[in-house]
Ligand binder design. Structure first.
Ligand code: ADP
Ligand code: ASP
Ligand code: MG
Length: 417
């Protein structure tokens, strides 16, 4: 008998029929003699719909109330799924994040898990129940409800798997596993049998939505055996683990993109020591994450520099820069939001010089100009105009010999996305 954590994402529980299919899948696992703890996301586009409703009432809603609102989505799923399992003659118990013992830091919208006290999960399991836990939510020490950031149910699942010592954490989604790139964009994407935690962490951080970055971080830290597979079929998924026996000589194993990118440029700033510290200190103080930073040449004692941040934080970042103007005079500040970041990832890049140059060459042959670049030992990222995304991802996929003839399976027969 093994202990499984099975996580089902929004598209897997998108309607009643899918919910019933998921219930059957869980019961099958129990029939094989295993114990099951299940983590669910909100149904379909529920979280987006809740956010849209909030924005209609208040374009700048209080973060606390947003968390109160968004956590309801997962609570609908968990209770409906429990009812579906009862209908199949099995006992199941649903628990909110806080009932399951998730304690988080006191931050709304993207709280980190501080610790998990899964006593109720263990008790319910011992009583022979299938335990269903609402994803993406926790509670602070002060009793405030928090969320873990968009896509955070993956993190709930992996963290819970670590806390209850599960044998495997399975992430069920609408694709067969982790591919060389998003199979919705590149139909000839290659399904990976396995991928290392480090490569997956880069891909997730660089925008590959298939796993939440913190879930991968958690899995690596606690050595959780993680499998990503489809809830629509029984194909073998992708195993995420420490070491992989990936083909020798593969330099680039995956391509990711991120549409959630804005560039802010500050032009004509006095070039005196401490300018960057002032700007980025102020941004950090406001809790804004900055990604790529580029400073261009100095002319007449004035410098220009640019940085990228997420689209959702760009308005706030712009305001921080405007507020600095009295202490830090500059000529102009501009913001662009029609950009995307495309990245190539591969552990083999460390030992292969020239990979970045090849990437620039492939992109330029598409007639696309590169606005910003950042590199590390296992990735190179380029910021480009958003309209060229699909064409560039396909060209890179072909250039790095990642194309395959296999047919990609996305979603179920009634997939409406
Ligand atoms: P869920 O609702 O199950 O959490 P998500 O939409 O968050 O599902 O993640 C699954 C989606 O991730 C897929 O439908 C696919 O479009 C996207 N995706 C992006 N990059 C990859 C990749 N490298 N491999 C597989 N899927 C990817
Ligand atoms: N429902 C949340 C979201 O849409 C969490 C998740 O699905 O993982 O982001
Ligand atoms: Mg997801």
């Amino acid at each position: 008998m093994s202990l499984y954590v099975m996580k089902f994402g929004g598209s897997s529980v998108g309607d009643i029929e899918r919910m019933q299919r998921v219930a059957r899948r869980i019961v099958e696992k129990q029939d094989e003699g295993h114990q099951c703890v299940v983590v669910v996301s909100a149904m379909g586009d529920t979280t987006d719909d809740l956010i849209d409703q909030a924005m209609l009432l208040n374009p700048n809603p209080p973060a606390r109330e947003m968390d109160m609102l968004m956590t309801t989505g997962e609570q609908i799923s968990m209770s409906l799924l429990s009812m579906a399992i009862h209908q199949l003659g099995r006992s199941a118990v649903s628990l909110t994040g806080w009932q399951a013992g998730f304690r988080t830091e006191p931050v709304h919208g993207r709280a980190r898990i501080m610790d998990i006290v899964p006593d109720r999960v263990n008790e319910a399991l011992q009583q022979g129940n299938i335990v269903i836990v609402a994803g993406f939510q926790g509670m602070t020490e002060e009793g405030e409800i928090t969320t873990l950031g968009r896509g955070g149910s993956d993190t709930t699942a992996v963290a819970l798997a670590a806390a209850i010592n599960a044998d495997v954490c399975e992430i069920y989604t609408d694709v067969d596993g982790i591919y060389s790139t998003d199979p919705r964009i590149v139909k000839c994407a290659r399904k990976l049998e396995e991928i290392s935690y480090d490569e997956m962490l880069e891909l997730a951080n660089l925008g590959a939505a298939v796993l939440h970055p913190r879930a991968v971080e958690y899995a690596k830290h606690h050595q959780v055996k993680l499998v990503v597979r489809s809830s629509f079929n029984y194909n073998e998924g992708t195993v995420v683990k420490e070491e992989t026996s990936m083909e020798q000589g593969v330099v680039v194993s995956g391509i990711a993109y991120d549409k959630n990118v804005a560039r802010i440029s500050i032009l004509g700033v006095e070039d005196v020591p401490g300018v960057l510290a002032t700007v980025f200190g102020a941004l950090a103080g406001a809790g804004i994450n900055v990604d790529i930073i580029v400073q261009s040449g100095v002319q007449d004692g004035k410098a220009d520099f640019s940085f990228t941040t997420s689209l959702s934080e760009s308005g706030q970042a712009l305001q921080v820069i405007k507020d600095l103007r009295s202490t830090l005079p500059y000529r102009e500040v501009t913001s662009e939001d029609n950009l995307v970041k495309v990245s190539i990832v591969g552990a083999g890049m460390i030992s292969h010089p020239g990979v970045a140059a090849e990437m620039f060459d492939v992109i330029s042959k598409q007639g696309v100009s590169i606005k910003m670049v950042s590199t590390s030992e296992i990735k190179t990222s380029c910021v480009i105009e958003g309209g060229n995304l699909e064409q560039v991802v396909r060209a890179l996929h072909t250039a790095y010999n990642l194309d395959t003839d296999a047919q990609v399976f996305v979603g179920g027969p009634q997939d409406r996305r």
